[in-house]
Structures are given as structure tokens and as C-alpha cells.
Design a binder for this molecule. Structure first.
Ligand code: HEC
Ligand code: HEC
Ligand code: HEC
Ligand code: HEC
Ligand code: HEC
Ligand code: HEC
Ligand code: HEC
Length: 393
């Protein structure tokens, strides 16, 4: 294939969306009063009335910020993204361009702007990477490029073709099940008789909100508003009273990897539910850092977990606005491991070991599968993740 000539697939992936735009039916649904998830859910803003400290900290938490709609131009500005050009090859480039309406990704082939889309939504709280999406009728589609936050670099989205600009991958409910609080979707038959997923746009609740973890809270709010003197929580599941399996599954529902399948949407998972006993649950069969977010299985494969009462909250402050440093995490290790024998460590390593148990026993691993293609390069930027299998490496 000669570089520069637009190949057939590329042509198709650029133009397919252009034609189906004409036949896409734009649906308008009225926003129901209260919470779209149903009457058992309280208004989202109500928690702050009685849980001010938690609610305020939580505004800076990665869970809360893991997805956002970018309705206005300054919403994109707040992400600190830079304009630029991503080069697939001499003739095929993506321009990242700021316009009055927001940030656009524009496909240029032989200098001609063939397609452009506005960034309508972002995934990722800004720790390592952002993925972007645009609304295409009632479908949510992934943008061609990702952004690496610490590196300030635009990269080709993982798994996308390496020689062409791709606007054709749909963001499906499964992404939103882990990265948002709710969305209503339905399957429709597309022009080519395939099932496609459409969303009810204004049912989307971006970010992970309080009731996504704690479950529906309308009764809790009503009761406590009527009984301000009551200091003990009513109509609310207490984390402390859950079994360990239930505690870990409250996190595992999103931290067990993408292959977890449940009978009902995980949007309706509540504290007290468990995921292990479902036949569809694909259990852990070895260390697999390649799938993002498998902390549950990795932790459960650790001796620390098997031989103690450890759960996710032993080390993580779920509402916190700051990520603790490794010395703070190491204090949790030391609580259980006060006398450790390290016969093979030299003086320097022993010195390090005083404040940092993590780098040796939960090392950072590089994914073999996921990588981000860099501009004008076939080189991939590695995707790294710390393992939760605590062990001797
Ligand atoms: C009118 C006051 C009020 C409102 C509004 C309210 N709560 Fe509470 N909540 C309480 C009180 C009182 C307690 C018990 C004392 C405590 O733990 O702070 C409590 C406790 C809790 C607990 C801890 C339960 C336990 O036993 O460990 C959770 C979780 C909780 N609330 C979640 C929520 C969520 C989510 C919202 C918003 C949808 C909310 N609350 C709104 C009054 C309120
Ligand atoms: C990612 C899941 C998650 C989200 C989101 C979340 N919580 Fe919690 N929350 C927990 C866990 C886990 C605990 C128990 C922590 C512990 O006891 O160490 C907890 C405990 C609590 C408690 C009782 C303990 C305390 O610190 O007072 C309250 C009240 C509470 N949450 C309110 C909220 C409110 C309000 C929000 C939204 C602003 C919220 N939570 C969002 C997971 C979550
Ligand atoms: C609804 C899905 C969901 C649930 C439930 C959930 N998480 Fe997460 N969690 C995520 C997603 C998505 C991210 C990635 C956030 C980002 O950076 O965009 C994340 C990130 C994190 C991080 C790293 C964020 C940071 O501050 O660096 C920790 C730690 C974490 N989760 C712990 C927990 C624990 C502990 C629980 C259970 C109490 C839990 N999560 C429940 C989806 C979830
Ligand atoms: C099973 C739950 C789950 C699903 C499904 C899922 N993610 Fe994630 N995602 C996570 C968790 C958890 C993290 C936090 C990092 C980690 O543990 O890998 C994360 C991290 C990310 C990040 C990087 C955040 C950061 O800066 O570290 C992006 C971007 C992202 N996911 C986008 C997506 C997209 C797009 C989809 C759908 C194609 C998707 N995710 C599907 C759970 C999920
Ligand atoms: C709640 C208590 C608890 C916490 C917290 C804890 N561990 Fe453990 N850990 C254990 C127990 C119990 C064992 C098994 C001890 C044995 O084999 O005698 C263990 C085993 C280990 C082992 C040996 C593993 C092997 O495969 O032989 C290492 C290494 C270890 N822990 C490191 C850590 C580190 C690092 C942390 C912090 C990130 C940590 N632990 C946190 C309880 C804990
Ligand atoms: C023994 C302590 C410990 C336990 C238990 C623990 N974690 Fe972690 N977790 C850590 C440490 C340490 C880090 C790395 C923090 C860093 O690099 O800044 C981390 C990071 C994370 C991250 C960020 C992703 C990354 O690779 O940086 C997520 C998500 C997470 N933990 C989720 C969980 C979940 C879910 C559970 C329960 C299944 C859990 N953790 C249990 C210690 C723990
Ligand atoms: C420089 C790497 C390194 C650091 C840092 C480190 N360890 Fe280890 N750890 C090892 C190695 C290697 C072993 C196997 C024993 C040996 O060869 O010395 C081990 C063994 C262990 C064991 C199993 C042996 C036993 O006595 O039970 C535990 C538990 C443990 N480490 C906990 C910790 C804790 C807690 C910290 C932080 C305070 C820590 N380690 C810091 C490398 C490290």
C-alpha cells in the first residue's frame, strides 16, 4: 500500500458516519423529575446537607471525576489540553484545534479536512490518560486520539488502526457501567441490520456519585430530614456490618476487569450484593496486568488477603481528595508486618524498605497488550499499572 493514498477502509471509516448521520433519528426525551434511576434514589445534591465534609472532598476524587460532559468551551479548557497535530504518516494527520465551541479533532488527508468532531465528553480523572467521545445522534463515539496527562502528549487510542484515522468505535454501556453512575440505553437495528446501542442522552449521570456506591438513599434522606435528632444511620447499609466478600465486591463490581458479566446491569449493584457466586463471573486464573482494573482478583491472590481480614478500605480512603504517598500506604503494611526478616536485602535496600514496601511487593508492571501509539512513530508508549498481588517478586 502506498502511504498517502487514502485506502478503501479509511475512506469507509471516515465517510460511513457521514451518511448514517442523515438516517439517524434524533430522539428527544423529557428529563423526568427527581433522579432518573427511580423514586428510591434521593436527589444527588441532598447528601451535602448532612455530610458536608465528605461531599466537599469528594468533588476532587477520581471516582467523581472519572467522566464528564464538556458542554462548554471552558469545560475543555479546565482539562489543560494543548492544541497540536498527530501524524499517522506524511499525508494523514489529525489536528487538535480549539474553536469557539470547544476542542475539535479534525481528520486531514492530503491537507484536506475530511471530518471533524467536537469533544463532548471525557473519560479519566486526569491521572494518566484521557479518552474522548462525541455524540453522534444518540450514540456515543470514541474520538481518534487519547491524551497522556503526565506526558502532555496526544496518542492514537489503544487498539485503533495504526495507519488511519478512526472515528468509528462506539462507547458502549459497559464503559459507562464503570465510569459513570447511570445511563439508559436501548438496542436498535441499524441500516445494515446490525444491533446497535443508543443512549437516552439526558439519562446519563456522569461521574461516580454517592448512591452509585452506597445504593439508593431516598428513604435515608427522608427519614433523617424528618428526624434531625437521630444520630444513627437509618435506611442505609453500613459498610462496617457487611461481610468481607460483600465489602470487596462493593469495589470489585468495577475493579474486576472488563470481563465480569452479571445478570443485571452493574448500575443496580448495591452494597450487600456479591458478584462471586454468579456463573458468568470469570474467575482469576493467573496474574494478568493487561486488563485494566483487576485489583480485586489480584488482591485475592495475595497471602495477605487469604490469611488476614484485609479489604480495600484497609488501605484506601474512598472519599479522599488526595492520593496518599507510598510512605502512608506502607504504614498500613507495617501495622501487620512489624517484624519482617529481609535477609537478602543490603543496607541501601533496607533503608528504602523503611518507608516504601510498595515498589518491591506491589511493583509497577507494563502491559503487553495495551500501548499508545505516538505521533510520527510506530513506537508505543507503554501502559503501566501497579499490581495488587502483594508478594515477593
Ligand atoms: C438529613 C440528613 C441526612 C442526609 C440528607 C443524608 N444523610 Fe446520610 N446519614 C445521616 C446521619 C444522621 C447518619 C448517621 C451518622 C453518620 O454516620 O454521619 C448518616 C449516615 C450515612 C452513612 C453511613 C452509614 C453507616 O452506618 O455506616 C452513609 C453511607 C450515608 N449516610 C449516605 C448518605 C448519602 C449517599 C446521602 C445522599 C443521597 C445521605 N447520606 C444524605 C443523615 C443524612
Ligand atoms: C467509590 C465508592 C464510594 C463512593 C462514591 C462514596 N462512598 Fe461513602 N463510603 C464508601 C466506603 C467503602 C465507606 C466505608 C469506609 C470505611 O469505613 O473505611 C464509606 C463510608 C461512608 C460514610 C460513613 C463513614 C464516614 O466516613 O462518615 C458516609 C457518611 C459516606 N460514606 C457518605 C458518602 C457520601 C455523602 C458520598 C458522596 C459525596 C459517598 N459516601 C461516596 C464508599 C463510597
Ligand atoms: C462504579 C464503578 C466503581 C466502583 C463501585 C469503585 N470504583 Fe474505584 N475506580 C473506578 C474508576 C472508573 C476509576 C478510575 C478513575 C479515573 O482515574 O478516571 C477508579 C479509581 C480508583 C482508585 C484510584 C483513584 C485514585 O484516587 O488514584 C482507587 C484507589 C479506587 N478506585 C478504589 C476503589 C475502592 C476501594 C472501591 C470500593 C469502596 C471502589 N474503588 C469502587 C470505578 C469504581
Ligand atoms: C470493569 C470496569 C471498567 C470498564 C468496563 C472500563 N473501565 Fe476504564 N478504568 C477502570 C478502572 C478501575 C480504571 C482505573 C485504572 C485501572 O485500574 O486500570 C480505569 C481507567 C480508565 C482510564 C484512565 C484513567 C487514568 O487516568 O488512569 C480511561 C481513559 C478509561 N478507563 C476509559 C475507559 C473506556 C473508554 C472504556 C470502554 C471502552 C472503559 N474505560 C471501560 C474500569 C473500567
Ligand atoms: C491486615 C494485615 C495485613 C496487611 C495490612 C498487609 N499484610 Fe502482608 N501478609 C499478611 C499475612 C497474614 C501474611 C501471611 C503471613 C505468613 O505467611 O505467615 C502476609 C504475607 C505477606 C508477604 C509474604 C507473601 C508471600 O507470598 O510469601 C509479603 C511480601 C507481604 N505480606 C507484604 C505486605 C505489604 C507490602 C503490605 C502493604 C502493601 C502488606 N503485606 C499488608 C497480612 C497483612
Ligand atoms: C495493602 C494495601 C492495599 C489494598 C488492600 C488495596 N490497595 Fe489499591 N493500592 C494500594 C497501593 C499502594 C496503590 C498504589 C498507589 C500509588 O502508586 O500511588 C494502590 C492503587 C490502587 C489503584 C490505582 C491504580 C494504580 O495502579 O495506580 C486502584 C484502582 C486501587 N488501588 C484499587 C483497589 C481495590 C479495588 C482494592 C480492593 C480490591 C484495593 N485497591 C486494595 C494499596 C492497596
Ligand atoms: C528492596 C525491596 C524490598 C523492600 C523495599 C521491602 N521488601 Fe519485603 N521482601 C523483599 C524480599 C526480596 C523478600 C524475601 C526475603 C528476602 O530475600 O530477604 C521480602 C520478604 C518480605 C516478607 C516475607 C518474610 C517475612 O518475614 O514474613 C514480608 C512480610 C515483607 N517482605 C514485608 C515488607 C514490608 C512490610 C516492607 C516495608 C516496610 C518491605 N517488605 C519492604 C523485598 C523488599
Amino acid at each position: 500500500m502506498r502511504i498517502g493514498q487514502m485506502n478503501r477502509r479509511q475512506f469507509i471509516s471516515l465517510l460511513f458516519l457521514g451518511t448514517s448521520l442523515l438516517i439517524a433519528v434524533v430522539q428527544c426525551t423529557e428529563q423526568p423529575a427527581g433522579d432518573v434511576r427511580g423514586k428510591q434514589y434521593a436527589a444527588r445534591e441532598s447528601c451535602i446537607q448532612c455530610h458536608r465534609g465528605i461531599a466537599q472532598n469528594y468533588l476532587h476524587n477520581a471516582h467523581f471525576n472519572t467522566s464528564k460532559e464538556l458542554g462548554t468551551a471552558d469545560a475543555t479548557d479546565s482539562l489543560g489540553l494543548e492544541e497540536g497535530t498527530f501524524v499517522f504518516n506524511e499525508k494523514t494527520k489529525v489536528g487538535i484545534e480549539r474553536r469557539s465551541g470547544g476542542l475539535y479533532q479534525a481528520a486531514y488527508v492530503n491537507g484536506q479536512n475530511l471530518k471533524e468532531e467536537r469533544t463532548d465528553m471525557v473519560f479519566g480523572a486526569g491521572k494518566s490518560a484521557y479518552t474522548f467521545a462525541y455524540w453522534y445522534g444518540n450514540k456515543l463515539m470514541q474520538m481518534p486520539l487519547n491524551y497522556l496527562v503526565p506526558e502532555h502528549e496526544w496518542v492514537n487510542s489503544p487498539g485503533f488502526p495504526s495507519e488511519q484515522i478512526y472515528f468509528g468505535r462506539a462507547i458502549i454501556t459497559r464503559c459507562l457501567e464503570c465510569h459513570s453512575s447511570f445511563v439508559q440505553s436501548k438496542l436498535i437495528s441499524s441500516a445494515n441490520f446490525q444491533q446497535e446501542e443508543e443512549f437516552v442522552k439526558n439519562s446519563l449521570i456522569t461521574g461516580i456519585d454517592c448512591q452509585r456506591c452506597h445504593g439508593p438513599a431516598a428513604e435515608h434522606v427522608q427519614f433523617h430530614q424528618a428526624h434531625p435528632e437521630e444520630k444513627e444511620a437509618k435506611y442505609m447499609v453500613s459498610y462496617q456490618k457487611l461481610s468481607r466478600a460483600q465489602k470487596v465486591d462493593m469495589c470489585g463490581v468495577c475493579h474486576s476487569g472488563i470481563n465480569l458479566k452479571m445478570l443485571n446491569s452493574t448500575f443496580f449493584f448495591k452494597p450487600g450484593d456479591t458478584i462471586n457466586n454468579l456463573p458468568e463471573y470469570t474467575s482469576y486464573t493467573g496474574e494478568d496486568p493487561d486488563v485494566h482494573g483487576k485489583q480485586k482478583q489480584l488482591l485475592m491472590a495475595s497471602k495477605c488477603y487469604k490469611l488476614s481480614k484485609l479489604d480495600c478500605a484497609s488501605c484506601h480512603q474512598t472519599h479522599g481528595d488526595a492520593i496518599p504517598d507510598l510512605a502512608v500506604y506502607s504504614q498500613t503494611c507495617i501495622q501487620c508486618h512489624q517484624t519482617v526478616k529481609h535477609p537478602s536485602l543490603d543496607e541501601k535496600a533496607l533503608h528504602l524498605a523503611k518507608n516504601n514496601c510498595i515498589d518491591c511487593h506491589m511493583p509497577i508492571k507494563t502491559s503487553k497488550d495495551i500501548g499508545f501509539q505516538r505521533s510520527a512513530s510506530k513506537e508505543k508508549f507503554p501502559y503501566k499499572q501497579r499490581t495488587h498481588r502483594i508478594a515477593i517478586y
